[in-house]
Design a protein around this ligand. Structure first.
Ligand code: PRP
Ligand code: URA
Length: 207
């Protein structure tokens, strides 16, 4: 499918605030929420529509309607920071959750929770996580969602390393990848450079 790097001025402006280590929890959350709304617009651009006949107060016309239900799947924890913004733009979306924790030593993802709405199989599924680093967590989450029958999957992340993009393109070549900003590389601890640090910790004020 396709990989889109958004490079949108509003996203870049807000992301720079998030990247700044002086930015506190409140501002970090608020900017992520605003970015989520902008990303929702871009991520949904190619969703399929079907024709429906309606009556306006003036005349009959052929209007448009989304073909499939939409399911958002945040990868816990940090993906939760994108949910409200997406729900603001898509209030009918259902939400599944998948818990993934990256082992700090091995950098391998460990799944600890999964719950999905029953319409997953026929839905347009948008997986959400602000960070795509090694790609391990996203890859495992997408594999789980596919095992449950999902066919139309997009992965939306705010900051990606080239390594993570390569992994998704190789392992899940049928998944559209929408990236807010492409960063330079991973450091030896698996953190994105320049990145924004640990997204979950900054979002929830843990350390
Ligand atoms: C972070 C982030 C991604 C993952 C990315 O989550 O939100 O899920 O790391 O790294 P990867 O591409 O190398 O797998 P983390 O495991 O730190 O959990 P958290 O969201 O609970 O902090
Ligand atoms: N997870 C994060 O939260 N940040 C990174 O830079 C890499 C993985």
């Amino acid at each position: 499918m396709e990989t889109i790097i958004l490079n949108h001025p509003l996203i870049d402006h807000k992301l720079t605030i998030m990247r700044n280590k002086e930015t506190g929890t409140k501002e970090f959350r608020q900017n992520l929420d605003e970015i989520a709304m902008l990303m929702a617009y871009e991520v949904t651009k190619s969703l399929p529509l079907q024709n429906i006949e309606i009556e306006t107060p003036i005349c009959s016309m052929t209007g448009k309607k989304l073909v499939r239900p939409i399911v958002l799947v945040p990868i816990l924890r940090a993906g939760l920071g994108l949910v409200d913004g997406f729900k603001t733009m898509i209030p009918t979306a259902k939400v599944g959750h998948i818990g993934m924790s990256r082992n700090e030593e091995t950098l391998q993802p460990e799944e600890y929770y999964a719950k999905f709405p029953s319409c997953l199989k026929e839905a347009d599924v948008i997986v959400l996580d602000p960070m795509l680093a090694t790609g391990g967590s996203a890859c495992a989450a997408i594999t789980n969602i596919k095992k449950r029958g999902a066919k139309n999957i997009k992965f939306a992340c705010l900051v990606a390393a080239p390594e993570g993009i390569q992994v998704i393109e190789t392992e899940h070549s049928d998944v559209d990848l929408i990236v807010g900003a492409l960063d330079e590389k991973l450091n030896d601890k698996g953190y994105i450079v320049p990145g924004l640090g640990d997204a979950g910790d900054r979002l929830f004020g843990t350390d």
